[in-house]
Design a protein around this ligand. Structure first.
Ligand SMILES: [Fe+2]
Ligand SMILES: [Fe+2]
Length: 284
């Protein structure tokens, strides 16, 4: 690596990669396709919309809030841009659910975080995990024809933006940690560990349970049951797809930046013990 983690060069590369790879599309100006009844019904039946709309709006507010408070103008620009992208994700979902008549449960508006840096840390770890599986799910939906190609084209930029967000996040964490005085680093490490625990532990538990069972009831496993909405998918096939898509999505960016490691490491560990060539979890 040609620069030190936590250096000005690290910050410059991190923020530059993010700002330069921003895609300036406007959701309302996109060519939203007409869907036939069958395609619309398939889309509406996915069990994700309530959660997705609420999560994007909540994430957007957390990231925007931190962007406004960040004292370093270079870092602030990148974080504010990420907040804008999250607001755009929420807008994309609003347009999609309205246009295709997908009912979404009304929820209270998100509340601004009291500790924006802590919230951003937690949001980022959650995204690192969720995006890894979302990359695989999106590829399955695309390649199985579950999503019409016109819809795939519309949502492709969101997937790529999440790849940029998690790349930004792992480098932001490492940068912040390196900038802490030596005495404060253990506390920061603890805080980071707690953020990972709070965001990911429940998801890891589910993933490991599916890995151990390899077959049977996985109704509570969102990623795997969603994967099986897109056809006959084994857990092995799904995780291999996630790993391949993760590599592809992160490949375009500066190789000197740190890469997210947690979700890929867990996926490889499950693959090491997962049975080969049989369905991972039969849907009931
Ligand atoms: Fe998002
Ligand atoms: Fe994101």
């Amino acid at each position: 690596m040609a620069f030190e983690i936590g250096s000005e060069e690290h910050k410059r590369l991190l923020c530059r990669f993010f700002v330069e790879s921003h895609d300036p599309y406007k959701p309302a100006e996109l060519a939203w396709p007409e869907l036939d009844d069958a395609a619309r019904a398939r889309l509406a039946a996915l069990p994700i919309w309530d959660e997705a709309v609420a999560t994007e709006a909540d994430t957007a507010l957390k990231v925007v809030t931190l962007g406004k408070l960040e004292p370093d103008p270079v870092m602030a620009e990148a974080i504010a841009l990420q907040g804008y992208e999250e607001e755009r994700h929420a807008e994309m979902l609003r347009l999609l659910t309205q246009r295709y008549g997908i009912a979404v449960r009304e929820r209270a508006a998100p509340v601004a975080p009291r500790n924006p840096e802590w919230s951003f840390m937690r949001v980022g770890y959650g995204e690192c995990f969720d995006s890894f599986f979302a990359f695989g799910l999106f590829a399955l939906a695309r390649d199985s024809g579950f999503f019409p190609p016109a819809l795939v084209r519309l949502f492709e930029p969101i997937m790529q933006e999440e790849a940029r967000h998690i790349l930004f996040h792992v480098n932001w964490i490492a940068f912040k940690r390196a900038r802490k005085p030596a005495l404060m680093r253990p506390a920061y490490l603890f805080q980071r560990g707690l953020a990972i625990y709070l965001q990911i532990f429940g998801r890891v538990k589910t993933a490991l349970r599916v890995g151990a069972k390899a077959q049977g009831d996985s109704q509570d496993n969102f990623a795997m049951t969603s994967a099986q909405s897109f056809g006959d998918v084994t857990m092995r096939g799904f995780l291999e797809t996630c790993l391949a898509e993760n590599d592809k999505r992160l490949a375009p960016y500066d190789a000197r930046l740190l890469r997210p490691r947690l979700a890929p490491t867990i996926a490889r560990a499950i693959l090491a013990v997962a049975p080969k060539g049989e369905p991972a979890a039969a849907t009931a």
